[in-house]
Design a protein. Structure first.
Length: 601
């Protein structure tokens, strides 16, 4: 049974007679969802400039979420609102069979269940009467519409139609020459809509679709003596996803190579390529790398979701103090901000968030990257190419002739790049870049080790940001437990103060922290794939270049001395930033201890 739920974030004042619902979405959102009038005014200005519906503008501004918009639309149309949908596997298959996936996804509609002699249908737009009538005709049954957020409808469409189309195994079907047939075309075709008969094509497509559905960042296809093992990296952790008989490894490799535009005849040398596909309505870019091994060619595919790239600074885990500090740094007219951390710690995402924060029509921003992972609107991006001697240093040097205000260099790897970056910062440009070090202070010593003069480092750097990615607990199954005193001391927290609930940090929007004196412990459930974690957030330490740090830099002090001086000046260390996120319920002690074990804490 599906019961319509209409939550009321702010109760209406009692009156003798129920007043009529306001006709305007903005008024409903202010009355029922605590939308501030000044935020609505800003959204109306933005709507006049950019067009679109006011509800969609508010969602893009992140003033409201899609659930609040769906609630307001339901109240306006006097229709039921569904916050929770039935599980995808509980939706009757015969209802899904009668509704084409293209129609469902384009019109944002999905039948859910039968109730009271009618089919309950989830819709995103309650005013789309023609869509509701068309669903009734397709199902040949009377229907009753209920309003659901568009994101939940899309997610349920993907889950339900995957049940019907995603289970083909390699041993089934005919084995014909279509296994190596070209699949790519100028117009992207959604993998869910593909009707290829070849089992290899279906298997590889389902492999990629499942990875995107599971939010995997990487797919590893590893040949063995008996099996081809496929592993996904989800939230930084590898787990096995599929196996195929070893006799299919040549066909699987050839299929992926064809999709990536690689030479299928060359099996002795590593190759790199790129695949762009549409999966469940999302554009996914995939970077493909092959490498010869004793058992055959190994393939690694990096997935980049183009539709969920650009996160703002508040969305990537910055605490309020760090947010204010980083904003004050990136708005300076000149200098260098270095983001440090190991591979896979989210440095590029942070740089993109900084660029998105300052991007404006009156600022000229140029980037040189390896590779260009995402296209940023209004920013000129260049990809390095060693074959034509387009390196970070040469690209950066050429940028200086294009009158830039801000330059982003993907990575400072050598002395030449560092020298050009410093020259740019000293001549009135702001430079963003990354280096591979364990903590913020290590970035200074890395530049000195490259042979850069200490006075140049001291005069050009304005800040160094070290970061790690830690997994967030799955809030569906996480339980609150009392941590040990030893663990709390290692995190830099006073056990007695912690147990008494003495540590109070600003609450995170939309997050319920554990009870005072406890922390979340991962458990594992269906929602998180029994991992106990779902999603990741960042922990940071931001080192300001003050007079003390400059003197230590000129004296060529070691990273530990610089770090201690920065902590005395008020720098929040990686581990303590992780500790306060534990108190806020954003991660677990085990994650913070693991990720900060070699960061000087």
């Amino acid at each position: 049974m599906v019961t319509p739920v209409v939550p009321l974030p702010v109760p209406l004042p009692q009156a003798a007679a129920a007043p009529a619902l306001p006709a305007l979405i903005g008024e409903i959102l202010m009355q029922r969802c605590n939308l501030a009038p000044e935020v609505l005014d800003r959204a109306l200005v933005k709507q006049r400039e950019e067009g679109g519906l006011i509800g969609e503008v508010l969602v893009r501004m992140k003033a409201i979420d899609e659930d609040a918009l769906a609630l307001a639309l339901a109240l306006q149309a006097e229709m039921p609102y569904l916050r929770d949908l039935p599980r995808a596997e509980d939706i009757p298959v015969e209802l899904i069979d009668r509704l084409p996936i293209n129609f469902a996804r384009q019109r944002l509609v999905l039948p859910l269940t039968r109730e009271g002699g009618r089919v309950v249908v989830a819709v995103a737009d309650p005013c789309a009467v023609d869509v509701i009538d068309a669903v009734g005709v397709l199902l040949n049954e009377p229907v009753e519409a209920a309003v659901v957020s568009s994101a939940k409808i899309i997610d349920h469409i993907n889950k339900t139609y995957t049940r019907l189309r995603g289970g083909a195994e390699l041993e089934e079907g005919k084995k014909d020459d279509e296994e190596t047939e070209e699949f790519a075309s100028e117009e992207l075709v959604d993998m869910l809509d593909a009707n290829d008969e070849a089992p290899i094509i279906r298997w590889v497509n389902s492999l990629m679709f499942q990875a995107a559905k599971d939010r995997a960042s990487d797919i590893h296809i590893e040949p063995g003596e008996k099996d081809v093992v496929v592993r996904y990296r989800v939230d930084g952790a590898l787990r096995e996803a599929k196996r195929a008989p070893s006799k299919f490894k040549a066909s699987i490799t050839a299929r992926v190579k064809i999709m990536a535009g690689l030479n299928i005849a060359e099996k002795r040398l590593p190759q790199d390529g790129r695949i762009r596909r549409k999966m469940a309505g999302k554009d996914i870019d995939m970077r493909v790398a092959t490498a010869p091994t004793a058992a055959g060619e190994r393939i690694t595919i990096r997935l980049l979701d183009r539709s969920s790239v650009l996160l703002g600074l508040p969305d990537i885990g910055f605490a309020n103090d760090h947010l204010e500090q980083i904003r004050s740094i990136i708005k300076r007219p000149h200098g260098i901000l270095l983001v440090t951390g190991p591979t896979g710690s989210g440095k590029t995402t942070t740089l993109y968030a900084c660029l998105a924060e300052i991007n404006a029509p009156d600022i000229n921003i140029l980037t040189v990257e390896d590779p260009v992972e995402y296209q940023l609107e209004g920013i000129s991006q260049t990809q390095v190419n060693s074959k034509i001697d387009l390196t970070f240093a040469s690209g950066l040097r050429s940028f200086l002739r294009h009158d830039p205000d801000v330059i982003m260099v993907g990575e400072i790897r050598d002395r030449e790049t560092a020298e050009v970056a410093i020259t740019a910062s000293l001549t009135g440009h702001f430079v963003f870049s990354t280096v591979h070090t364990n903590d913020a202070a290590g970035g200074i010593t890395r530049l000195l080790d490259m042979g850069i003069e200490p006075f140049l480092v001291a005069s050009s750097l304005v800040g160094l940001l070290a970061q790690r990615l830690v997994r967030k607990p799955c809030y569906e199954c996480a339980r609150a437990v009392r941590p040990s005193e030893e663990m709390l001391r290692e995190l830099g927290l006073d056990p007695q103060k912690f147990y008494a609930g003495g540590y109070e940090f600003p609450a995170v929007k939309g997050l319920r922290p554990p009870p005072p004196g406890t922390v979340f412990e991962p458990v594992g459930c269906h929602a998180c794939g029994q991992l106990g974690y779902r999603g990741r957030t960042g922990i940071y330490e931001l080192l300001f270049i003050n007079d003390t740090v400059r003197r230590l830099c000129l004296d060529k002090a070691d990273a530990g001395t610089i770090r201690n001086a920065a902590v005395e000046a008020g720098m929040v260390s990686l581990r303590f930033d992780g500790a306060r996120k534990i108190v806020q319920g954003m991660t677990t002690p085990e994650e913070v201890m693991l990720m900060t074990a070699e960061a000087g804490d």
